[in-house]
Design a protein around this ligand. Sequence first.
Ligand code: ATP
Ligand code: MG
Length: 506
Amino acid sequence: MMIGRSIGETSLNNFEFISKTAPKVGEYVTLNYDGKIILGMIETLIHGSVSLNNDIYDPSTVDMIKAIEGNDFYIKGKVRILGDLNDNLRIPRTPAPPGTKIYLADKDRLNKVFQVKNPLKIGGLISQENVDVNVDINKMITRHLAILAMTGAGKSNTVCIIIDELLKYDGTMVIFDMHSEYVDGEFNNGELNLISPEINPIYMSFSEIRRLINIPSSAYIQERYFREAYKIAINETREGNSKDFLSVLKGNLNDWYESEIFRSKEIKSSEKTKIMDVINKVEDLENKYGFLLNTNVGDILSQIQLGKANIVDLGLSDETTAEVIVSHILRNALRSRKSFIHKKTDTALKFPVFFIVEEAHILAPKNRSINSKLWISRIAREGRKFGLGLCLVSQSPKSIDPDSLSQANNMIISRLVEPQDQRHVQSASENLSEDLLLQLPSLNIGEAIVVGLMVKVPTLIKVDEFKGRRYGNDLDVVGEWRQYKNNQKKETKQTKQTFKELGGDY
Ligand SMILES: Nc1ncnc2c1ncn2[C@@H]1O[C@H](COP(=O)(O)OP(=O)(O)OP(=O)(O)O)[C@@H](O)[C@H]1O
Ligand SMILES: [Mg+2]
């Protein structure tokens, strides 16, 4: 169907058109010239009238003008050129002649555009829901993905759709589940595998364990004692002499404190206080993070199962625990995949993994230097070569480490209203035009812009609604209050009844 004609100057990237019918933003159009069929996307639309212009100051004038001018209006829009449909969507070398006819792209053509190798269906076009939007799984994983939107706009729903679709392919994901949203989830195409957030200290690096103990970097004497005691405790645990790593660690420090040399006058009392400080700090560590260190578990990587959604439940963990677990898993995954690619057979990860990081702005924050951020950015930069993909999920793009975000070549962006967030997203993605950016505040729940290598063209989509089970849906707060109140009433009634039956006077 022809909807209008190009007007004004056309360029290789975009042009304006004028129309009498109202197409939708995000809709695809085609135009034929020089024997080519060029695909474009409507990025902006305005609806105006020459006679009803901005210089009218009295509403009654509008009625008078309408009576004279009748149906005087125009629809003007801007189209971004996406490429030649007959030539692999290559951008044409000559601009369209002014006045070129613009047609709405038909369904068959669009279906072809969204046919990809190893397709993952995330939804349908906003403008034509019966056109499925598929993304290329290999490109999504190796070139990483960011799912960005304000809270409640549908990020976790999108994550669930992606997990469920990947499970069809024996896809292997590790989800860092910051709010225990996925732990009781149910997917149609595969199973969950829960990985408990516990690490055997023998697999931890010194810097990971150091992160859990509150020794400031300037306190080098405390650090020295801790390091020495740590080395001995690790060796004993490794050799199987002890199952209680922290007790051995504390025991060593206590033995030193009680030792003859230490009791002698030659050692300064300040030194003695320092060792006591370390003992106290190890005790704090034990109280706060003891649950995280478990000498009975194996290497956490060996718990990752092929073809399953592997969920690391971090819902009850504080940020420090989450940071240590995430960096531990990512650091070892990268090491393991590197040695696998270099033909070493004794490695844990013999298959590619897609890591999904919810609350990415906490685990890879812009302004703080923490270990999880270091390893997230390493995977973002190097993961591609080793079959490690990263999916960063966040409601606060402006607070995410820009280096990691800019490595996410693919983006699914829903409603974002804060200008700073919008700007960050745009600077991280070369595929998001200024005009598409302007659409971000007007997207509804579940609607999103998809850009990047995993799709051939930028797309405005309605993400499918996940039909399986997951927590984290909006609560019916009023309903819960009412139910609590009803339960209370029932209880009081029962208590009264019991009292009466016992002959009491309530
Ligand atoms: N594609 C969709 N189709 C229909 N409904 C949706 C869609 N996406 C999300 N919703 C609805 O919106 C609610 C919130 O979605 P979701 O939990 O995915 O948001 P979120 O962006 O992850 O929020 P948060 O930032 O709080 O984690 C869901 O409970 C669901 O009811
Ligand atoms: Mg969510």
